[in-house]
Design a protein around this ligand. Structure first.
Ligand code: 9PG
Length: 500
């Protein structure tokens, strides 16, 4: 039906799938396709990525799109193989265009169903794979409309109150090269440093898909968890519970537990670790039992902070035992995991589809992997490639998500060694994580100078007051941090902090 939304300053005719209701911050319309005819002409569009690693940001509708173009094969950071449209301005869940005086017209899904929002000339459109989510429509100051959207979303999907505190993670220093002696030494060196969590990342397991102690942890994971706890830290562990490499026992012995392709073979859901990998079909009872066993085991070892990675793979298009909409399948799987681990375990999502994860995860990664270099020459022009700049840009464009969960922009650096980052770039990473209020690093203290150690201590102890004064402009304890030059690509280096 045709409806004209009256926002005072502007009237917007629209095609909607049912009667709009008025809420204090805007309108809610029933699920179904939606198209708004706005009078703003070519303007800026906010594109929101489907999963943690997919890019988010503002781009002019008459300019280049933000997205992943010309990839020879599916990237994990893409919105999704089935609906990625790199040559249109579109994103996942929520989208917005800039109107008069900087006010913003926003359309956002209030639930699951793989909703997409796009801008096509003067049409702001929204549609979903499964028409299960109502839409929120609002016009007003940018920060306000995004805040209203986030609040309505968490009203429906939940919001957890846990806080991670400060985190040390093994990934951005040792990568997969970890073993129990290295971890014990690193933990001992960190003793007395202001960290709440010590999180083991990828590399402890024998193979992705087999969540038992690997050969480099001969004393068992319980022992490492105890070492971490005795040093005064909360033990944290990385897992990718919804995927399995082809050589894993699960994939070799029980291919019937995997999501299938149309030909009845296990469906490839991504590439990493020099291989393709598969997704577990979480609609099967046996898979639910498997997940129960895995999570009971890791909790039993003593880990109470879990980084759950590559989670998008539980929501890809494919053949499962049940044909429920894929985001609903995913939501059911993470609810199951939450039920198994209970409320006291901190769940950090990484590579998660964002909207369907609201209310279940305590914290969520909001950008691609950081790296000890500013830009990625290998994947230059790909905003989802590993690197400090891409991580800052994607993360800061998801600042509004702080109302949904703890927003993790990834690790910051203090070290001058084993890194190409200059001190200005390191400062920009630290400012970004201070703004987003999630402070983590992977720097072993052994790699740091005395001055860098002192800087780490000061940073990890700091409890900053954060104010957002513009789209990419903040105050951190009164100090102005303007990330706009970095986000717009104007800055060649990361030296974006200015003192006013
Ligand atoms: C462990 C790592 C770290 C890291 C995670 C995740 O797009 N990609 O191909 C892609 C590959 C790896 C990746 C992210 C994206 O890294 O984000 O923090 O835990 O796994 O293997």
């Amino acid at each position: 039906m045709l409806h004209t939304f009256d926002f005072g300053a502007v009237r917007v005719p629209a095609n909607v799938s049912g009667h709009p209701t008025t809420v204090p911050a805007g309108y809610i319309v029933p699920a179904g396709p939606l198209a708004l005819l706005h009078p703003f002409g070519e303007t800026e569009f906010y594109r929101h990525g489907w999963n943690s690693w997919s890019p988010s940001g503002w781009a002019r509708t008459d300019g280049a799109t933000i997205g992943i173009k010309n990839s020879p094969r599916r990237l994990l950071t893409a919105d999704d193989a089935a609906n990625e449209t790199p040559h249109t301005h579109s994103g996942s869940g929520v989208g917005a265009v800039v109107g008069y005086d900087g006010d913003v017209l926003l359309v956002g899904a209030l639930g699951l169903g793989t909703p997409r929002v796009g801008a096509d000339g003067n049409v702001l459109w929204a549609r979903s794979e499964a028409d299960t989510a109502e839409w929120f429509i609002a016009y007003g100051p940018e920060l306000d409309v995004f805040a209203h959207y986030a609040d309505l979303l968490s009203e429906r999907l939940g919001r957890r109150a846990e806080r991670a505190g400060t985190v040390w993670s093994s990934w951005y220093s040792f990568f997969e090269g970890i073993d129990e002696r290295l971890i014990a030494r690193t933990v001992a060196d960190l003793s007395g440093y202001p960290f709440d969590v010590f999180q083991l990342d990828d590399g402890w397991e024998p193979i992705v898909g087999d969540w038992t102690a690997g050969p480099d942890f001969p004393s068992g994971m319980e022992k490492t968890a105890a070492t971490i706890r005795e040093a005064g830290f909360r033990p944290g562990l990385w897992l990718a519970p919804l995927i399995a490499l082809p050589q894993s026992p699960l994939a070799r012995h029980r291919p019937d537990l995997l999501v299938q392709d149309a030909a009845g073979r296990p469906l490839v859901s991504g590439y990493n670790w020099g291989s393709h990998y598969y997704s577990l079909d979480t609609t099967q009872d046996e898979v639910k039992e498997h997940l129960r066993d895995v999570f009971k085991r890791v909790i039993g070892w003593g880990f109470s902070y879990l980084k759950l990675d590559f989670m998008y793979a539980g929501a890809i298009t494919g053949c499962r035992r049940s044909d429920a909409p894929r985001e609903a399948v995913y939501r059911d799987a993470i609810q199951h995991i939450r039920n198994v681990v209970g409320d006291d375990v901190y769940l950090l999502g990484s590579g998660v589809p964002m909207i369907p994860s609201v209310g279940v995860f305590d914290g969520v990664r909001v950008g691609p992997d950081v790296g000890a270099f500013w830009d990625n020459a290998e994947r230059s022009g790909d905003p989802s490639g590993v690197g400090a700049r891409n991580s800052v840009v994607a993360s800061i464009n998801r600042t509004w998500m702080k109302r949904l969960w703890e927003v993790d922009p990834d690790a910051v650096y203090f070290r001058g060694v084993r890194s190409l980052l200059d001190s200005g770039e390191r400062q920009t990473l630290r400012d970004t994580a201070a703004i987003l209020e999630f402070r983590s690093t992977s720097d072993p203290v052994e790699w740091l100078t005395d001055a860098e150690r002192a800087q780490l201590v000061e940073y990890m102890k700091e409890n900053a007051v954060i104010e957002q004064i513009g789209r990419h402009v903040f105050r951190v304890n009164g100090r102005c941090v303007d990330l706009s030059p970095i986000v717009t690509g104007a800055a060649v280096t990361g030296a974006a902090s200015l003192i006013v």
